[in-house]
Every structure is written in C-alpha cells, then in structure tokens.
Design a binder for this molecule. Structure first.
Ligand SMILES: NC(=O)c1ccc[n+]([C@@H]2O[C@H](COP(=O)([O-])OP(=O)(O)OC[C@H]3O[C@@H](n4cnc5c(N)ncnc54)[C@H](O)[C@@H]3O)[C@@H](O)[C@H]2O)c1
Length: 300
C-alpha cells in the first residue's frame, strides 16, 4: 500500500494519541508534527522514534512548521489555545472565543491546501467551518465529535438493553455538544426498532467525558480513534460509515457519511418531527456561533 503523509497540528493529549495510533498504521509513511512550542513537538517526535524502533514501524515522524503542511495528504488539527474553561453548560462552545482566532490563523498558513483536513479542536462543528472557509475550497474539511457521541450512545443503549454494542445501530448527529440530536426513531437493537430511554442516554453522553476528564485529565483515546476512522475513510483506506461534521447546506454539523473509495455520500437517517426540530435548532445555533466568529474577525 502506498504511503500517506499526515500533518498533525497540536502535540497535546489528542495529538499524542493520534500520533501513537498512526505509527502503527501500514498506510502511513510520514508524520509532520507542529505544536505551539518547539519543545513539545520535539518531545513527541522523540517519543515516537522510540516507539517506531520498539514496534519496528516504518513511519517517520518529523517536526515541521505549519506552513509546510500542504505537502501532506491530510492534516489533523488539534491545538488548543490557552484559556480556562469555567462553563458548566455548553462547555465545548465556551472555547469558541479563544480557539476561533487560532484555527483561522492556522488555516491561513495552509491556504490553498487541496487535501483532507480533520478538525478536532472544540467547538468542533463551528471550527471545522472556520477552517474550511479560510483555507479555501480545494480542501475537504471534516470535524470529528459526533462519531464519539454515536459510540457513547451505542454503549449506553447496549448496557440498557443488555446486548453487545454491535447489536445497536443508531446515530447521534447535529452538534457535538448540547445540541446533539439522538436519532432514536431509527435506532435498532438486533435489527428491531428499540425503546430509547432519552434522559438516561443524554445523561450518559455527558457523564462519559466527565468521567474521563476526572480520571485522566483529558479525553484522548476516543477522539484519537475517531480521527483514525475519519482518516481511513477519507483517504480511501477502508469503506464504511462515519458520523462527521461536514458542510450541510453551508453549515458544518454532524451527519452520517457513507464512504466508498474515499468518496462520501450523505446518509442522513429519517428524522421524526421532534428530531427534525432539534436538528434545525442545532443548525441555527451553529450558524449563529459561526457568524459571531466572523464579527470577531472583522473587529480585530
Ligand atoms: N472533537 C472532539 O471530539 C474532541 C475530543 C477531545 C478534545 N477535543 C478538543 O481538541 C483540542 C485539543 O485537546 P487536547 O486535550 O489535546 O489539548 P491539550 O491542551 O492537551 O493540547 C493542546 C496542544 O495544542 C498546542 N498548541 C497551542 N497553540 C498552538 C499553535 N498555535 N500551533 C500548534 N499547536 C498549538 C499546545 O502546545 C498543546 O500541545 C481542544 O480544543 C479539545 O476541546 C475535541
């Protein structure tokens, strides 16, 4: 299999976990790593060199400036601006003011890029759109977030129905955040329409990341898995469905995409009237948050 180059911006919790997964991927030949400080990029590259030697991997990791990233086939965007998040609701959206200028300036540095971009930085749906509208139309920009929500949903529902998670088919779409839409009306367990205890499921969607943060500081492995899934599908390594934040009539929000040889087809499930109302509300919320970032950019 030919070797792909992946650029990684941000050597923090998520960036480290993504890099460690990619070192074991046979389709990945080279990792270009940029972080806020030379020290953190050097630290991660050195650690990955150790891993490469121990695991006999052939993936080369190197420090690279963001401006060199257009040489990559795909760029993973997972930096975080320095700020203290004190929000108790809409926690991811609270990062907008700090992270939007950072994401915009990174997109400017790689303007004209024509490969795939996977945005992780929160609020991911809004920032995927900020990156996309800044980098230019040649890039195919996706955000990850709803894929982890969908995985958490299947885990919660599987526990409720006492079945293996693989028996559950269902999606969480819309915003990766408080405006998430649980597609209960089309969810099946063992192929049959299933009872979905919405309050329990919604509580689980919030509780799992809280539990991870309380135990190990930051969520990292789940999002890294979501990035890997997105890279595999967008680069055409494997086919299948991923719930990614994508341009849907001008607004980026989580939608199931069916990938075949790297080409996505929208696979939005039928929504009942209440789900449709929630989906429209999420869209309106994400659009208005994006418009705020534009006002911020104009004011600067
Ligand atoms: N979408 C999701 O599902 C999801 C899941 C987990 C985390 N996140 C988000 O991903 C982001 C990163 O999370 P984390 O836990 O890895 O954060 P972190 O604080 O551990 O790491 C952030 C990294 O970004 C780097 N950085 C800061 N400014 C930079 C710049 N200008 N250029 C390059 N690198 C820069 C820092 O040096 C640091 O290494 C956060 O916004 C977080 O909310 C999203």
């Amino acid at each position: 299999m030919s070797g792909f180059t992946v650029g990684l911006i941000g050597a923090g919790a998520v960036g480290q976990s993504v890099a460690a997964l990619l070192v074991r991927e046979r389709w990945c030949a080279r990792l270009m790593i940029a972080s806020r400080t030379q020290e953190s990029a050097t630290g991660l590259v050195t650690d990955l060199e150790d891993m490469r030697e121990i695991t006999r991997s052939s993936v080369r990791a190197e420090i690279a400036p963001v401006a060199a990233m257009p040489a990559a086939d795909a760029i993973v965007v997972c930096p975080r601006a320095s700020f203290t998040n004190t929000a108790t609701s809409d926690i991811r959206m609270a990062g907008l003011a700090a992270n939007a200028p950072l994401i915009r300036s990174l997109a400017q540095e790689v303007a004209g890029f024509g490969g795939h971009v996977i945005v992780v930085t929160n609020p991911v749906d809004v920032l995927a759109r900020v990156f996309a509208t800044t980098v230019g139309p040649a890039a195919r920009v996706y955000g990850i977030g709803s894929s982890a929500d969908s995985a958490r949903y299947r885990l919660a529902l599987a526990a409720h129905h006492r079945v293996p998670p693989a028996a559950v088919r269902g999606w969480v779409i819309g915003e990766h955040g408080d405006g998430a839409v649980i597609c209960a009306s089309t969810t099946t367990v063992n192929g049959r329409t299933a009872e979905v205890p919405s309050e329990y499921v919604r509580a689980q969607l919030a509780a799992r990341p809280r539990q991870i943060n309380a135990g190990i500081g930051r969520t990292r492995c789940g999002p890294a898995g979501a990035v890997l899934g997105a890279l595999r599908k967008t680069l055409g390594i494997s086919d299948g469905t991923e719930v990614l934040s994508v341009n849907h009539d001008g607004v980026w929000l989580g939608i199931p995409l069916q990938f075949s040889a790297g080409r996505p087809t929208v696979a939005l499930p039928d929504l009942d009237p209440d789900e449709q109302r929630q989906f429209t509300a999420a869209r309106t919320k994400l659009d208005s948050a994006y418009q705020q970032t534009r006002q911020g950019a104009t004011a600067c």
